[in-house]
Design a protein around this ligand. Structure first.
Ligand SMILES: Nc1ncnc2c1ncn2[C@@H]1O[C@H](COP(=O)(O)OP(=O)(O)OP(=O)(O)O)[C@@H](O)[C@H]1O
Ligand SMILES: [Mg+2]
Length: 274
């Protein structure tokens, strides 16, 4: 991680240590002389040694539940497992990689990144849905966003703040970007009890109910019928995908965190099934 070459911007934005790089045939390549990077590589966080397996598992589960997510995997680099994610803000034409423009919700709403959490005055769901409307994104993006809110609650992701949602521009047209930076922070009791954005006035995972989601949607102008339907579909998808994914993940990269994450998910699912 510690390349530090002059003129080489090595670290990606965000709170966590990461390397922006290219990967080819399992090899990490450093993008020199203005070459666009194509991957983001995150080593395990010192305070959360299972962060690699946790993020990979949560992202794979999101994918299995039919959210649009950035492609990711675990790579063993220098004997250590790292979380590796493909950059969705790149386009390859005839083998040449081009950058696409993206802006996160803080940037779009002109909110200082220091205020990315709603609890310190940052954007909440009201501002986020209003942004999607102001950008005139297709209805499918609004439904996708609603599903991400549902999924983040279910998986126990308390870090879904306004910098963890972005808009991606292709030919000048904005769309909700694929999902990224999803992990089950609920696994870490010292930090993981609260969500980054309130659901019907409540941050604490343990007080969220089916009724809260329905009231939240109603306040945002989403018909209760829609949120109930999406919630039930999401619950079914998670129930269907979870056991298979725990088995698959355990086969590929054995770790005890998968079943711990699954236990948390089971209890939050029951909160949604009134
Ligand atoms: N797959 C991706 N493709 C393109 N850009 C990405 C991708 N994943 C993350 N990013 C961008 O990089 C930024 C930092 O990445 P990420 O959110 O994963 O890191 P983090 O350090 O865990 O963030 P946080 O500050 O939320 O803890 C994101 O805000 C987003 O703009
Ligand atoms: Mg982030």
């Amino acid at each position: 991680m510690d390349v530090g070459e002059e003129g080489f911007r090595i670290s990606g934005a965000g709170a966590q240590d990461k390397l922006i790089a290219c990967m080819k045939d399992g090899q990490v390549l450093l993008p020199l002389n203005g070459t666009p990077s194509t991957h983001i590589i995150k080593p395990a966080m010192p305070d959360y040694p299972d962060s690699v397996e946790n993020e990979w598992f949560a992202m794979r589960l999101a994918d299995a539940c039919r959210l649009s997510v950035a492609a990711c995997d675990i790579a063993v680099i220098d004997g250590k497992r790292c979380y590796v994610c493909e950059r969705y803000d790149r386009e390859s034409i005839d083998g040449k990689v081009r950058r696409l423009h993206q802006e996160d919700f803080c940037q779009m709403l002109r909110v200082d990144p220091k205020r990315k959490y709603e609890s310190v005055g940052g954007p909440g769901l009201k501002e986020s849905f209003a942004l999607l409307r102001a950008l005139q994104l297709p209805a499918s993006d609004t439904v996708e966003f609603l599903n991400r809110i549902l999924f983040n609650f279910i998986v126990g992701n308390g870090d879904a703040h306004a910098k963890n949602f972005s808009v991606l521009y292709r030919d000048g047209v904005p769309r909700l970007s694929p999902a990224y930076d999803i992990m089950s922070t609920a696994l870490y009791p010292e930090v993981g009890k609260r969500m980054a954005m309130k659901i019907d006035g409540e941050y604490a995972f343990k007080w969220i109910t089916r009724g809260k989601f329905i009231r939240m949607a109603d306040k945002l102008g989403i018909h209760p019928h829609v949120v109930k339907g999406e919630m039930d579909k999401m619950i079914r998808r998670v129930r269907h995908a979870l056991p298979r994914l725990v088995a698959q993940a355990t086969r590929r990269f054995p770790h005890r965190c998968y079943s711990a994450i699954a236990d948390g998910i089971a209890s939050r699912l029951s909160q949604l099934e009134a």
